[in-house]
Design a protein around this ligand. Structure first.
Ligand SMILES: NC(=O)c1ccc[n+]([C@@H]2O[C@H](COP(=O)([O-])OP(=O)(O)OC[C@H]3O[C@@H](n4cnc5c(N)ncnc54)[C@H](OP(=O)(O)O)[C@@H]3O)[C@@H](O)[C@H]2O)c1
Length: 277
């Protein structure tokens, strides 16, 4: 299958590209090579490549940056996927687009499944939700995969705190926000199976155990046998411009019915992070 990957320099994209089976013909375009906010550029690139499937991993993912720059947020995170969906439709390609747990308001006390109603509380969540809606409107043959709290990309909070623990330095993480910590590889290896299922629609793909980053970090410290201390932080201490949902853990009521392996446990994810060195 000829596959186009957009946003190819990102953390999830790198993990995905490392796992695509070699029989696929993959064309990967970084942000510098294709700006999904530029409709003519997207139409031209897709027309030239003629992919059978597009995996859109482009996104403006700095949540506070979205709050400070709503114009870029809506351009990249709402119109970007809209443009990719329009281009996919023009060449008859199917589309996988990635969205976020931050489409939810965080008032829940149990994980959100695919039937839950989104109600974003920050610009990033609003822009990503609008992106989802545009994809659904333009192209029936799509899957939207909502992911959350990714670690293992190297640039994420948990990976950075692990580097500190390894250096014998103290680490810190937020204790009063709960999500679904998920090893990026566990998402990456399931994206194509979800797309190739042909069961168009929206899916949640996240680690099975709700936890704060602090809880995940404590578990990582214990499993790695590190001596340096771990400190809990409160969200308000950080004084960040964008509000974050208090609780945005995800679960799926659909994936068990598709031919997609269940998500591994948090401990398996943390052990994979420790093994990666
Ligand atoms: N990481 C998480 O915990 C998390 C949680 C929920 C949802 N997600 C979603 O997962 C997807 C992948 O994110 P990630 O974690 O891999 O983040 P990432 O590492 O920031 O990757 C996003 C990539 O998209 C690129 N990009 C930004 N604007 C673009 C544009 N207009 N056109 C083309 N490329 C553009 C970025 O390039 P530059 O760096 O050059 O801007 C970057 O290479 C995103 O849709 C994100 O919303 C991630």
């Amino acid at each position: 299958m000829r596959l186009l990957v957009t946003g190819a320099g990102g953390g999830l994209a790198r993990a995905f590209l490392a796992r695509v089976p070699p029989h696929h013909d993959v064309r990967a375009l970084t942000h510098a090579e294709l700006d999904v906010g530029d409709l003519p550029a997207v139409m031209d690139a897709v027309a030239a490549i003629e992919p059978e499937a597009i995996v859109n991993l482009a996104g403006f993912t700095d949540v506070d940056g979205n709050e400070r720059d709503p114009a870029r947020a809506f351009r990249d995170n709402a119109l970007g996927p809209h443009h990719v969906a329009l281009a996919a439709r023009a060449v008859g390609a199917v589309l996988l687009h990635v969205s976020t747990d931050y489409v939810f308001d965080g008032a829940a006390t149990e994980p959100y499944d695919e039937s839950a109603r989104p109600a974003p509380i920050n610009v990033y969540g609003r822009a990503k939700l609008l992106g989802e809606e545009r994809v659904r409107t333009v192209l029936a043959e799509h899957v939207i995969v909502r992911v959350a709290y990714l670690y293992g990309t190297g640039a994420d909070h948990l990976s950075r705190q692990l580097a500190r623990l390894r250096a014998g330095e103290s680490a810190a993480a937020i204790v009063d926000r709960t999500g679904s910590p998920t090893h990026v590889d566990h998402v990456a290896e399931r994206l194509l199976p979800v797309l190739l299922s042909g069961r168009w629609g929206t899916y949640h793909l996240a680690g099975p155990e709700p936890a704060s980053w602090y809880e995940a970090l404590c578990r990582l410290r214990e499993r790695g046998g590190f001596a340096a201390p771990v400190r809990p932080q409160r969200a308000e201490e950080l004084d960040r411009p964008a509000a974050r949902p208090r609780y945005s853990a995800l679960t799926s009521v659909l994936l068990e019915h598709l031919d997609v392996a269940p998500m591994p446990s948090l401990d398996e994810g943390l052990d994979a992070l420790l093994r990666a060195g």
